[in-house]
Ligand binder design. Structure first.
Ligand code: ADP
Ligand code: MG
Length: 698
């Protein structure tokens, strides 16, 4: 059997393979494209394509696809085979540079939010050489960007690459000011921790809500939930362990650095974390990870649920986006340094992030907004919908000292002036972990914790990179024109702390008093739902910032806003329709069926003698009948709310109506159905219960 080191990346056309299979000149030219973004000429592309094809065919591939990330949130692929007819009636395997660089999938069914008229259905895909090609099954997958013929991005990768470039440009300006002329490139890195649930496939197949919506829309609380805290980091059950082993192997073959895995807080909930890597690769890898989790689960008779809130009453699933900024020479710009001078640079980058998060808190909230994630944020388990930054005690003390020009009470007790030799060296604070903060500094990186488990991490990183690029731009403009660099630097840092300290919060983010303070005293945004936050994507300040760094055009932003709101509306409408269907075809027949069995029993018992009371049966029949009537009534009310939606042709109006009416009707209906479940015989209940789903995998 192959060892892990042999197996790792065996299905990836990575640097090792390129070096081994490409002529030296071609390799050098491709490397320049990858590392420095230089354009690739067609002769090089032809040579790369040919080597890629030979390598893939030798590993059993018959097809290739441009692999991309349309705005649906999942990945897309259209397979073409390598075969080309040969004059002798046979076939040869061919793949040209042109086919590698550009593809033209029929794009008419991908959402474009009005960017592409249907008569101009075609979009094109363009190779992203910075993310390696890989083999999945029998197909060579080429990571690509996806654009319309007008050049507008129809995907998530294009704006992500643009945001990385924006940050690179601005960070280089800052580094230059600190005397660093040798750095060529600044990139952001991400390590996303992915949470998920595993349930038994047979049980899953009996639940229309899971099949159609990915979450349970009904389900009474089981006698046991997560209250014993006995699942978190607990012993992994054999079926789950077999799944994880298989999953790791698949991910390793694709060069994905799956590293840690453990049980999470809720029963049946688990987590996988990879080792961090460049943001666009981490994004591709996370998409692949989610896809492969589902595939591998199915091989084990399981279903992997990536929904943010598959079960009410137990924790939902999120994704922690661990994010840092580093140079091509390996320096982490979010790591406190060894010298005061390095520390001044670190503090400036730290301030850039603090300012970015405060100025663009709405964009960070928008980046994680989906109907699914709305169930988590603010529900006392995930960070609240209010964005704030956690820094830890030590850094906090440093910033306070700078703000007030007071002595820093750390080890060296020096005046906190940012001169070349007066800023004390301080240690990175690794002990203090705050699990309730949406945006926590963890020693040498920030951990953005608001992402939902099914979100593409692209969106959060686009906004984060762009907002930090904007802070850095403002800083560079000020510093480049300053007469005295050190004074200007000191003022910038002090002024940033003064202006943005409202976003810093080191207490318990789950506390109700914090939400009150955040919104009433500090004026922070609290957008509870997607409908509340999404329209702010088009606020002037946001459009200005994102277009000025060329991360999005205004048309692209409008299209995204529309698509995200549409997605929100469609998701909830599908859920509501599924509820109506389950109630009418499964729940009401079950409740009424059990009541009728009891009624028959009453009849039979009474025939034995009128002195038999049948108190229990009568009370239960009465209760079930009342509940059934209520269920029927609330179902009609939900249907009426859904019908009313159709009268609106404005997507914002529709989203507000969903927030204000449909979601409320759904909760009302659920409560009575769950109560009916607790009063109905197991024999009659039409689908697996919470207890069975959550504790069913051994
Ligand atoms: P936790 O306690 O939250 O599980 P870990 O230290 O295990 O934290 O790291 C979680 C994730 O953070 C991993 O994916 C890891 O690779 C990533 N990570 C570590 N250092 C960095 C960094 N400098 N930049 C980005 N991600 C990082
Ligand atoms: Mg974490």
């Amino acid at each position: 059997m192959a060892t892990v080191t042999e197996e790792f990346g065996s299905m990836v056309f990575d640097d090792r393979v390129m070096r081994a299979t490409l002529p030296a000149k071609v390799y050098a030219s491709l490397k320049k494209t990858i590392d420095e973004g230089k354009e690739l000429d067609l002769t090089v592309a032809n040579a790369v394509a040919s080597a890629m094809k030979d390598w893939a065919v030798a590993r059993g591939a018959t097809h290739y696809t441009h692999w991309f990330q349309p705005l649906t949130g999942v990945t897309a692929e259209k397979h073409d085979s390598f075969i080309t007819p040969a004059p002798d009636g046979g076939v040869i395997m061919e793949f040209s540079g042109k086919e590698l660089i550009k593809g033209e999938p029929d794009a008419s069914s991908f959402p474009s939010g009005g960017l592409r008229a249907t008569f101009e259905a075609r979009g094109y895909t363009a190779w992203d050489p910075t993310s390696y090609a890989f083999i999945k099954g029998k197909t060579l997958c080429i990571p690509t960007a996806f654009c319309s013929y007008g050049g507008e991005a129809l995907d998530k990768k294009t704006p992500l690459l643009r945001s990385m470039e924006a940050l690179n440009v601005q960070a280089l300006r800052i580094l230059k000011l600190f005397g660093n002329d040798t750095v060529k490139r600044v990139t952001t890195s991400v390590g996303p921790e992915q949470e998920y649930f595993l349930v038994d496939r047979e049980m899953y197949n009996k639940r229309k809500d899971l099949i159609y919506t990915g979450r349970t829309l009904f389900g009474a609380k089981p006698p046991k939930g997560q209250e014993m805290d006995d699942h978190y980091f607990g012993v992994i059950k054999p079926r789950v362990a077999a799944f994880m082993e298989d999953l790791n192997e698949e991910l390793w073959k694709l060069g994905i650095l799956a590293k840690t895995e453990h049980n999470e807080v809720a029963p049946a909930q688990h987590e996988l974390a990879p080792i961090y890597t460049t943001t666009n690769i981490a994004t591709d890898h996370n998409q692949l990870t989610m896809e492969i989790m589902q595939k591998v689960a199915s091989r084990h008779g399981l279903v992997c649920l990536l929904h943010e809130k598959p079960f009410a009453g137990v924790n939902g699933s999120g994704k922690h986006n661990n994010w840092s900024i580093g140079t091509d020479s390996g320096q982490n710009l979010l790591s406190p340094g060894e010298t005061p001078y390095e520390n001044a640079q670190f503090l400036l980058f730290l301030c850039a992030v603090i300012k970015a998060v405060d100025d663009y808190q709405d964009l960070l909230r928008i980046a994680v907004a989906t109907a699914g994630n709305d169930h988590r944020l603010g529900a006392n388990e995930a960070p609240p919908a209010v964005v704030s930054v956690f820094l830890g005690d030590e850094l906090n003390a440093v910033l306070e000292a700078i703000e007030n020009d007071t002595p820093y009470s750390g080890a060296e007790r020096k005046q906190m002036k940012l001169g070349s030799d007066v800023l004390p060296k301080f240690n990175r604070d690794t002990t203090d972990r705050n699990r309730t903060s949406p945006f926590a500094f963890t020693g040498n990186k920030f951990e953005f914790r608001m992402l939902g488990s099914s979100n593409s991490i692209a969106c959060a990183n686009i906004m984060l990179n762009a907002a930090v690029a904007e802070s850095l731009k403002i800083y560079s403009d000020a510093l480049e024109s300053a007469d005295d660099f050190e004074t200007a630097l000191h003022e910038l840092i002090r002024d940033t702390i003064k202006a943005h300290k409202r976003i810093i919060f080191n207490g318990n983010g789950y506390d109700d008093s914090w939400i009150k303070e955040a919104t009433e005293k500090r004026g922070l945004c609290n957008y509870r739902t997607t409908a509340d936050c999404m329209p702010h994507l088009l606020d002037d300040k946001n459009v200005k910032m994102l277009t000025s760094h060329k991360v999005y055009s205004e048309a692209e932003l409008r299209s995204r806003c529309e698509i995200m709101l549409e997605n929100y509306c469609k998701t909830v409408v599908i859920e509501a329709n599924t509820m109506v269907d389950m109630v009418k075809k499964q729940i009401l027949p079950a409740v009424s069926g059990y009541a009728s069995e009891l009624a028959e029993t009453i009849g039979k018992k009474l025939s034995l003698g009128s002195d038999i009371s049948c108190g229990y049966e009568k009370a239960t029949v009465k209760k079930l009948s009342l509940l059934a009537d209520q269920i029927a009534e609330y179902t009609s009310e939900l249907e009426a709310a859904l019908l009313k939606l159709k009268t609106s042709d404005d997507i914002c109006e529709e989203a507000y109506a969903i927030r204000d009416t449909v979601l409320g009707e759904m909760s009302k209906l659920r409560i009575v159905c769950d109560e009916a479940e607790t009063a109905t015989s197991e024999k009659y209940w039409p689908f697996p219960t919470y207890g069975e789903l959550l504790f069913g995998v051994k």
